[in-house]
Each structure stands twice: as C-alpha cells, then as structure tokens.
Design a binder for this molecule. Structure first.
Ligand code: MN
Length: 377
C-alpha cells in the first residue's frame, strides 16, 4: 500500500486560537479537536496525539487511544488551569494492508471510493443520538444549536468508549479525516465536489479549509487526506462497519454533556473570563501580600496576650493582612498600662522578626519590673 498525504489546519475566521491538532505521519493519521478554557483545548489535542504516537508502537490502536485518554485525563487532574479539558480523536493506523480506525467525539472520517463519499464514523453528540432515535432529521441536526455537545471525549474520564473499525483500502481510495469546523460549515456534497476537483491531496486539503472559511470559518478547521495508490492483496474487501468497544466502568456521558454545554456559547465564555480575571486579581493580591506585607512584622495582642505578627496591623480592604506567628504569656493589659505600650492594640511595627522579638523581650522586662513576680513579698 502506498499513500499520498495532504493536510491542512486553520484557526478559522472567528476563534482566537487553533485548538485542533493533526498528525499525518505514516503509519499514523489523526485529527483531534480540543476543548477547554485557557490553553486547555490546545494542550488536550496535542497531548492526545503525542501520546497516541508513542503508544501505537506495537500496541493495538484502541489501547493506544486509552493511553491517550489517560494522559489527558491525568494532566487535567494535575493542573488546575487545565481542569475540564478534553479532545476528540479520530485516527487511522496502517497495519500491513489494513487501515485500523479508532474514533471518539465529533471529528469525522470519510471514505471516497468509486465516486461516492461515505462517512465511516458516528458523531458522539447529543443530536446524533436524537437522529438515531428518529427524533431529529439529519438536516435538523446539522443546524441544531447544540449540535456540538459531545457525549464522549478523550480526557474527561479515566476510561473512554472507543469506536473501532478497519478498512481494506483499494487503489484510488481517498480517505478524509476532519474536524467539525469543516463539516459544520459546508455540506457533504460540497466536500465531495472539492475532493473530486483536486487530484493532489494537499491541494484538496487546502481547498476544503478555504471553503469552510468562505462559508464563515466559525470554528477551527482541519483536514487530513490519505490517497491510496497501491493496494494490498485483497482489493475487493469491503469496509468493515465500525463497532463500539465499551470500556470497563460506568458510562458518565451525562456529566460530560452537561460540562460541555457551553463549548461554543458566549455566556459560558464570558463567565470563564470573569473567573480568570478574579483568579488573577486574587492571585495578584496574594502576590502583593507576599511581596510587601509578609516582610513586615509587628507586636500586637491576641486573646488578651501580647503576640508576634507577620504583616501589617490593619485591614484596609477587609483583607486580613496579618498572620499570628507566636503568642506569649505576657498579659496585654499589664503591657498597655505602661505608657510606651499603650498603643499595643494597634500594633507596634518592626523592620524584622528579630526587632519584633526584641520589642517583646523589652515588654516582658518592663512588665516584670512593674509587677512583682508571683509569690514575691
Ligand atoms: Mn471544532
């Protein structure tokens, strides 16, 4: 089997970053469409493909996809900035004369054979489920506002259900892997026409991306084209239908469907920005506190006793800027009877811990001098 490859990805005309990733590196071909706030989407799709590349070495493709899932899931768990990230993953792996297919999410694989374009993956979306139940027509689904809500994705749970299939390629077959930024913007009839118009796979991939951008480019767009020019020994074999191989463990697609609700809707994005701004603000306050406030020391009172504090003796913005470091056994009222320490309640500031401790030692000495020690005549 001899393959000719074309691949193209584009941020589109609306999004600020490209969260799609692809791999077109024989024997592995894959498209991943990442999602998640901050840099999550980009990290998820890249990490999934990097892990897949390493894991496919001598391992079944479905297992490699599980490894990719685990890598994204664990990274999302470790890094609070990446929590909730995930990605689609649709991949072909060449195994001898067979192309193995693994698929999770709403990126797609198509086969163009004998002038006919057939889709060989099922979208793991809420609306596709409704189409299968007959509650929506494919036409209604294609324009449904929630058509991007996924029911499965890589990195959302410890295990993932992976659809698997295989193809015995024929000479002349053209395979397409693409993200929903292509299929959400142009009709399958347009995809077929463009694939027929461009013999060169790179020209075809570029033309598909251009067409999606001309149609609005509302999402990141990725297309990977694999042309088969020499086939293996069995040119008349049919495409095996994809089958779902359930991963062990409970299905938790509902939770994800909820979490995915806002993937392309602005209110969620606005909320994410507000949260990010708050995190920065609070982070800034803590940083400022560490830089300026935690270098300050003062002697004050705590629970009726003289105490050592780090910080500044004020609460200017309702934000506690002092930390109790050490309590003493010196009664505060005995200290404040002495003229030098009458402002003790407001705090006596010091340049260093050493200085603050010497103030406390002085208070102790002055109080001792004032008050005869217990048991003394
Ligand atoms: Mn997308």
């Amino acid at each position: 089997m001899r393959l000719h490859i074309g691949a193209s990805t584009h941020v589109g005309r609306v999004r600020k970053g490209n969260e799609d990733s692809y791999m077109a590196d024989e024997p592995l071909f894959a498209v991943a469409d990442g999602m998640g706030g901050h840099q999550g989407g980009e990290v998820a799709s890249k990490l999934a493909l990097d892990t897949l590349r390493k894991a496919t070495d001598g391992v079944a493709l479905a297992q490699a996809v599980q490894d990719a899932n685990k890598a994204v899931f664990e990274r999302a768990g470790r890094d609070p900035g990446l929590a909730g990230m995930g990605t689609t993953l649709t991949a072909f792996l060449v195994e001898g004369d067979t192309l193995r297919l693994a698929h999770v999410g709403d990126s797609r694989a198509y086969l163009m054979r004998d002038g006919e374009l057939q889709r060989i993956t099922t979208d793991h979306t809420v609306v596709e489920g409704l189409v299968e139940k007959g509650e929506l027509t494919p036409q209604e689904a294609s324009i449904h506002p929630q058509r991007s809500i996924l029911t499965r994705a890589i990195g959302v749970d410890g295990e993932v259900q992976v659809d698997q299939g295989s193809i015995q390629p024929h000479p002349g077959d053209r395979l397409l892997l693409c993200s929903d930024g292509l299929t959400g913007m142009i009709e399958e009839a347009d995809i077929q026409r463009i694939l027929e118009e461009h013999e060169d796979p790179q020209a075809a991939a570029d033309a598909l991306v251009d067409a999606a951008n001309e149609a609005g480019g509302q999402d990141n767009i990725t297309a990977v084209i694999i042309d088969v020019t020499e086939a293996g020994p069995d040119p008349h074999a049919q495409v095996a239908p994809t089958e779902t191989v359930a991963a062990p463990g409970p299905r938790r697609t509902e939770r994800f469907a909820m979490g995915e609700r806002g993937r392309r809707r602005w209110p969620w994005k606005a909320l994410a920005w507000i949260l990010a701004a708050l995190v920065l603000l609070v982070g800034g306050l803590f940083a400022a506190k560490r830089l300026f406030v935690d270098r300050q020391w003062f002697v004050g009172t705590e629970g009726g006793y003289v105490a050592l504090f780090q910080g500044i003796p004020a609460e200017p913005i309702g934000f506690d800027l002092a930390t109790l470091v050490e309590e003493t056994t010196i009664p505060a009222d005995q200290a404040t009877q002495l003229a030098e320490y009458q402002d003790l309640e407001d705090g006596i500031t010091a340049e260093s811990e050493e200085e603050a401790r010497s103030i406390i030692a002085q208070i102790q000495a002055d109080v001792d001098a004032q008050q005869p020690p217990p048991g003394a005549p």
